[in-house]
Design a protein around this ligand. Structure first.
Ligand SMILES: Nc1ncnc2c1ncn2[C@@H]1O[C@H](COP(=O)(O)OP(=O)(O)O)[C@@H](O)[C@H]1O
Ligand SMILES: [Mg+2]
Length: 193
């Protein structure tokens, strides 16, 4: 299975965590994951007052989005990836992100969309899980918009079919995240504001 640019390849032991042994192609995997994500979104709808800005919620939500497909869903990554910080730093960096985001929300440090996009970037930059970080972090950001910011969700697709397969829009999204890695949020804001 070949991954699109900006995706996280899985280690062999992570691939062993595939719960549905009949899956052989990327397309089949995508379909199972997509179905699981729909169930995860139904789970989210049933949560009346989710504590979005907490480690417990972020893990639980990943588990709900990917737990039918991957045994390690909801469990923090223990291996180094091409994206993301040292796995040993994940809990601390997530704690910092949660504290920073609470502060931004409370003090309206930035406009709501900018808070959402800064949160999104930092979450994928930490890269909590072996896989599914992009999808989880986009849906987490939508939950942040609704529950904490009282704002409309980000229009992630901007008219594209999806953000998972290679496209001009995905390339622009990944390039904007890379600029944000260097502290420059302008492209990310221009793309989604
Ligand atoms: N340079 C980068 N800095 C921060 N995040 C990035 C960077 N490159 C890619 N990403 C994020 O990582 C995601 C890919 O990680 P992955 O765990 O494979 O998620 P998914 O399986 O949901 O696509 C991309 O969708 C994007 O959100
Ligand atoms: Mg991936």
């Amino acid at each position: 299975m070949t991954d699109p640019v900006g995706a996280t390849p899985l280690d062999p032991d992570e691939q062993d965590g595939l719960k549905i042994k009949s899956i052989e192609t990327r397309a089949e995997l995508d379909r199972y994951e997509q179905a699981n994500i729909q169930d995860g979104l139904r789970w989210l709808k049933r949560q009346k007052t989710p504590e979005v800005l907490s480690e417990a919620f972020m893990r639980r939500f990943h588990q709900q989005l990917f737990g039918q497909v991957w045994a390690w869903a909801g469990t923090f990554r223990q291996t180094e990836k091409n994206i993301g910080i040292d796995p040993l730093g994940i809990s601390v960096e997530l704690r910092n992100l949660i504290d920073d985001t609470r502060y931004w929300v409370e003090h309206a440090t930035y406009p709501p969309t900018e808070i959402a996009l800064r949160f999104h970037h930092r979450l994928v930059e930490i890269h909590l899980f072996p896989n599914g970080n992009g999808r989880h972090a986009r849906l987490m950001t939508d939950a942040l918009c609704r529950v904490c910011l009282g704002a409309a969700p980000i229009d992630w697709l901007q008219g594209a079919d999806n953000l998972e397969s290679q496209s001009e829009h995905r390339s622009a999204y990944i390039a904007a995240l890379r600029a944000a890695d260097r502290g420059d949020y302008r492209d990310l804001l221009a793309l989604f504001d």
